[in-house]
Ligand binder design. Structure first.
Ligand SMILES: Nc1ncnc2c1ncn2[C@@H]1O[C@H](COP(=O)(O)OP(=O)(O)OP(=O)(O)O)[C@@H](O)[C@H]1O
Length: 608
């Protein structure tokens, strides 16, 4: 079965709950709905009574015909059946209505909890888990859970009905009742045996579906790049096997589930044969009335309804159970970033110190080893180095998106793990390379970190960035709609909005991953002015990609393979002719205004 299961491994945070724990957890969601559930239970009992009354009434009718007094029972029978039908409809209506409400409320809470858990996860969670898989857990998995709840209530109702019928049967004939009942344990045993294999195949089916979702999501996210490179066919070729895998796994699930029916039919068939034989003989011998015999034959069918329901809905039931397991695993996933003592942060000065910090993204691979660095409060530092040197990693540790494994990271001399995370993050202004804008207006986006900021504050922040000329270029000023992901704005305008947003936030520490996208000289100048304004009087760590930045910062730190290999200001480092010069020649040289292709190289000591 090898490749059928490829890529369907559990996520890191997945876990298997024992049946007891799973049930306890599910019930905890239903507990607050106890009142409605009691009402549903009463309706179920009443509905089941009306349903059980039907075969009883008919059996009495049959006895009536046998005794030649149909005229006496005819009216009573019709009235009884009509009353049972009408009452049954009424009880069932109330039951369905309240069941739907209970289920809806439970799913609402479960989905809120799942979404809350998603928001609480560390950044590492998003790096490791494709977003399509997360979406699957919050949407389709919670839906599957709802199905379990509906099915359970249906099942309870049917089991109750069988209970009532069983009491009737025992009153009529203990022997025949036992024969009828013999079916139940056999069917239950088959169903229980079937349970484990059903849960496993269902889990695989769900994982394969979430893999399909994840692939679709990634395709949508990267559609511009894909179209640009004319890679539609390749995307399709990658999607096909994943989709086919989902098809095969689901087919296998279908095969597993359909195999239970022949066994169940065999058991029921045997029971019916027995009843026809034994009951018929007794009826002929006068020991059993024709009505009672009818009741027994009818009862096999009645017994069958819940038993086949268990079998028919077993797949959905198992699907719901493993869906709830997946949702609970998401809710219970332990955070990697752990605050040991969340103390209030207060206003930070912004001194950052790494003391012997060791960090790796995965066990067994180390990106930073025994790393030391002090960044003074108010200092501006540029991180440079070849790709993969560890620049973003440093910023991710400062922003507390990842947890380091060893050493100490202090902020203003306080262990970073003892700071209240929310309070700390409020004072960290993190700007990614491609600033993300949410749907809404430019003003909404500038106001994002502090929704209570007034229009005047927003305007002041926007004006402070690059003199505010860029606002005039927007079709509707600050009220311009930025479109999805800010697509209605140019790259440069998005960066300017991100800088204005920082001013509204007023963080003590700025961690900025400079954009690499080139913008026109005017916007470039506006961004530079904006940066000067934003970084003034704050500790700033800039993953530098622009020449003007490295020329302006207090200190440049050159990283290589997670180690600091050089540090100093631009002029000193250039004069030294060391590692920095290589980085300069590769990434910054061509940005000089008097650059001519092939010129501007700085000589590196030891190179010819
Ligand atoms: N999420 C991740 N999971 C596993 N390894 C990672 C992850 N992010 C980065 N790495 C690895 O850690 C090392 C340092 O990466 P980092 O992103 O800090 O480099 P960088 O200097 O910022 O590079 P770039 O300039 O290309 O962004 C690299 O070897 C990289 O492959």
């Amino acid at each position: 079965m090898g490749f059928i299961m490829d890529g369907l491994d559990a996520e890191d945070y997945d876990r298997t709950y024992s049946d007891r724990d799973l049930l306890r957890r599910i019930l905890s969601y239903f507990r607050p709905k106890l009142g409605s559930m009691v009402l549903v239970a009463i309706m179920i009992v009443l509905f089941s009574l009306t349903q059980a009354a039907m075969p009883l009434l008919i059996s009495e009718g049959v006895d009536g015909i046998e005794n030649g007094t149909i005229a006496d029972v005819g009216l009573r029978l019709s009235a009884g059946l009509l009353l049972a039908g009408v009452l049954g409809w009424l009880f069932n209506f109330v039951r369905q209505w309240y069941s739907a409400k209970v289920t809806g409320d439970v799913v609402l809470r479960l989905r809120e909890d799942a979404f809350d858990a998603v928001l609480e996860r560390d950044l590492s969670f998003y790096d490791e888990t494709p977003s399509g898989r997360i979406v699957s857990r919050v949407t389709s998995d919670t839906d599957d859970f709802a199905t379990v709840s509906t099915l359970t209530m249906d099942l309870i109702s049917q089991v109750l009905m069988v209970g009532f019928v069983a009491v009737l049967l025992f009153q009529r004939s203990v022997g025949l009742a036992l024969l009828t009942l013999v079916v139940a344990p056999v069917v239950m045993a088959v169903a229980l045996l079937f349970r484990k294999v059903a849960r496993t195949s269902t889990r695989s089916a769900q994982r394969s579906l979430s893999r399909v979702n994840a692939t679709l999501q990634e395709t949508m996210g990267g559609i511009t790049v894909a179209k640009n490179f004319r890679q539609e066919q390749r995307i399709y070729d990658e999607f096909r096997p994943i989709n086919q895998q989902s098809y095969r796994v689901t087919l296998r699930q279908g095969f597993v589930f359909s195999s239970i029916f022949p066994v169940l039919f065999l058991v029921a068939g045997l029971a019916t044969v027995g009843l026809v034989q034994v009951g018929g003989t007794r009826a002929l011998g006068g020991e059993l009335s024709a009505g009672d015999w009818y009741l027994f034959l009818q009862s096999v069918a009645l017994f069958w309804i819940p038993l086949t329901s268990i079998a028919a809905f077993w797949s959905q039931f198992q699907q719901g159970l493993s869906a709830s397991e997946r949702v609970f695993a998401l809710i219970d996933a332990p955070p990697r970033v752990v605050q040991t003592d969340p103390r209030p942060v207060g206003r930070l000065a912004g001194r950052i110190e790494f003391q012997g910090v060791t960090f790796g993204y995965e066990a067994g691979s180390t990106v930073l080893r025994d790393f030391d660095l002090v960044i003074e409060a108010g200092e501006s530092v540029a991180l440079v180095g070849h790709t993969g040197a560890g620049k973003s990693t440093l910023s991710k540790l400062i922003t507390r998106f990842y947890e380091f494994q060893d050493g100490l990271l202090t902020i203003d001399g306080r262990d970073i793990r003892t700071l209240d995370l929310a309070g700390y993050r409020r004072q960290i202004g993190a700007v990614p390379q491609a600033p993300f804008l949410f749907s809404g207006t430019v003003a909404d986006n500038i106001r994002y970190p502090r929704p209570e900021a007034t229009d005047e504050e927003v305007l002041a922040a926007a004006t402070a960035v690059g003199g505010g000329d860029w606002i005039d270029a927007l079709p509707d000023g600050l009220r311009t709609d930025v479109g999805e992901y800010g697509r209605a704005l140019s790259m440069g305008q998005r960066q300017l909005v991100a800088l204005a947003r920082l001013l509204v936030q007023d963080p003590a520490i700025v961690v900025l991953d400079e954009a690499t996208a080139s913008v026109d000289p005017l916007t470039e100048a506006q961004i530079q002015e904006g940066l000067d304004r934003v970084l003034a009087d704050r500790t700033s760590i800039v993953i530098a990609h622009r020449l003007s930045t490295i020329e302006h910062v207090d200190r440049i730190i050159v990283l290589d393979h997670g180690r600091i290999v050089e540090e100093g200001d631009h002029a000193t480092l250039l004069a030294r002719g060391g590692h920095y010069c290589k980085v300069y020649n590769t990434y910054f040289r061509h940005q000089s205004p008097d650059y001519r292709p092939g010129s501007g190289f700085v000589s590196v000591a030891g190179s010819t």
